[in-house]
Each structure stands twice: as structure tokens, then as C-alpha cells.
Design a protein around this ligand. Sequence first.
Ligand code: NDP
Length: 334
Amino acid sequence: MRAFVLTRYGGPDAAEFRDIRVPEPRAGQVRIRVRAAGLNPVDFKLREGKLKPITRLSMPVVLGSEVAGVVDALGPGVSHFEIGDEVFARVTKDELGAFAESVCVHEELVALKPKSTDFPSAAAIPLAALTALQVLRDELSVSKGQRVFIPGGAGGVGTFAIQLAKHFGASVATTASPRGRALVERMGADVVVDYTTTRFVNELSDYDSAFDLVGGETLAGCFDVVRRGGRVVSIAGMPEPTTATKDLGRGAGLAALFWLASFTIRLRAARKGVSYRYLFMHPSGDDLRKLAALVDSKSLEVVVDRVFPFAELPRAFAYLEEGRAKGKVVVEMK
Ligand code: NDP
């Protein structure tokens, strides 16, 4: 089968198309005939080796973090899926493999795709929407009447996050450039700050929580926007020690590394009386089923910016790496 394979850490030419053996599903796995696969910033961060302390890839490895397609083989012990099921999944962090004609995924990470979407839209959901759901529901406990700040609302995670926060009953402020304003307003944002002309810290205060999708100065500004006793979660900033143990199940070494790297930001959080946590999303078939139901009931719109043919994956990467995507970027098998 055709697959997009990473052979070493590096720039765009570190990954290439190769013909490799079709994988056989192991115990508990289904094999998915890939119809579409979503791209995410994590894919080029992995390629560049930026996540080496967190995810050790054994090269060569097929890239690709999320998939939609049709089940065409079952490993021993699979009980929830049948051949022919139309499914979607966030694959595991270490195995990856979605940028190929077939990928094997453990059935616990798989769900039937929403009935109302095509394959490219279904492939756009898993990583970004699971992240948004898990942060807003599990970490920030967003509920009716709360005020949530979600900087960076126009991208893959942001478009889901704004809608889900609104679905939970919150009032939402976000940041976007003029290119993204109409989109974030359509997603339901109540307040939109144009980050290209205005400093959001001068506009917003006393928010119950912030969900940072940008990192750097934007993350630092979140501590000024959130009230004392409020919470900040970042997925783009610096991991703190709890992340090593809680999300990654790793020991003292990685925790110490994160302790040092996140020192300044944790100090800032402590001074402001705000709790801070960096979160890694986790693959979950159960959560995907919840998201599929929201999509099918029209409570959640999937925003796909561009769909590229699978053969144009390098162009799709280049487009995503510009950092200007409005919603998600996807490749489709023809
Ligand atoms: P995208 O590439 O989809 O984000 C692109 C969007 O970001 C564009 O619409 C752009 O809008 C907007 N943007 C860029 N710079 C700014 C800025 N300074 N302020 C406000 N908006 C800005 O990325 P994703 O949404 O997929 O991911 C966001 C981040 O979260 C990435 O760093 C990613 O790696 C991380 N992530 C982490 C996860 C985890 O588990 N920890 C999971 C998922 C994602 P415009 O063109 O208008 O500037």
C-alpha cells in the first residue's frame, strides 16, 4: 500500500511516499481502509523531532494522527465492530499510521463515524474535537453562565472549542485576525478581539477560565484575563510536572524537565492566584461517540478549510504549517 513515511527527524523532505506492506490487525484491533485523514500541528512537530522527550517514534514510521474510513479486517477478540462499518478514530501517539491506505487501530479508540458527514469531515473531528471536549468538560468543568476565554479560535481546535463551550452554556471570548472574525462569530463567539490590532489583556477581565490554543505571550496574557481562583489550561504552552505523570504516565525524569521548563509560567499563575495546567488529549472511542452524536444532532459543525488529494500530502503539510488554517485541513483517498 501507499504510505507517507517518516524516515528521520527534519523538515518537509524527512517524510516521503513509500510502498509498504498492508498491516495485519493484532488482538483487539480493527483494520481501517482509509478514506480520509486529518492533519494537525502535532504531525509536523513530530516530524521535526520537537516532541522527542514525549513520544519516541521508531523509524521508519507512517505519519498521520486521525482517520475516517471503512473497517476491512478484524483482529482476534474484536467485539464492537464488523467488516463494512464506517468509522473514525484518533490513532495512538506512538504508532500513528493514518497517512496510508490502511491503518490498524485498537477498537477502544474507534467509533462509528457521524451519519451526517462525509469521510473528509469525519476525519477532521478526532484529534481537535477530543482535545476541545476533554479540556472544557474534564479540566475546566465549563457550565451554564460561566465566562470562558479561548484565544486562537479560528483554527482546528478553536472552531470546535468555541462551539462546545457554547453548547455547555458558557459565554465565550476569543481572539482572531480579520481573516477569522466571520468564522469565530459563526461558531458562536460572544466577544472577538482582533489580535492584530488590539491587546486582549486591555479588553477582557474576570473570566472564569481560559483555554489557550496559542502559547507564548498569549498564554501569559491569560493569567491577566482570568479572575483569582479561576483556571487556565493550555495545549500549546509549556507542559508542567503533573502532565508527565497524569497524561503521559511517565516518571520523575520527565516531570523534572517539565518543572524547569514551566517554572516562569507557574510562577505567574501562582502570583495571580490562578491554577494552571497543560493538557495532552487522549484518544477515546467513547468520547468520539459523544462527538458524533453532537454532529448528527447539528449541535456541532465540522469546519473543513481545505481537502487535498492524498498524493498532495506535502502541499497539505505546507499549507497547515503556515498556521493560518480556518478550521481543519484534510487529505482524501481518491
Ligand atoms: P491551527 O493550525 O489549526 O491554528 C491555526 C489558527 O490559529 C489560524 O486560524 C490562525 O488565525 C490562528 N492564530 C495563529 N496565531 C494566532 C494568534 N497569535 N492569536 C490568535 N489566533 C492565532 O492549530 P490547531 O487549532 O490545530 O492547534 C492549536 C495548537 O494546539 C497547536 O500548537 C497544536 O500543536 C496544539 N495542540 C495540542 C494538543 C494537545 O493535546 N496538547 C492537541 C491539539 C492541538 P489567523 O490566520 O487569523 O491568524
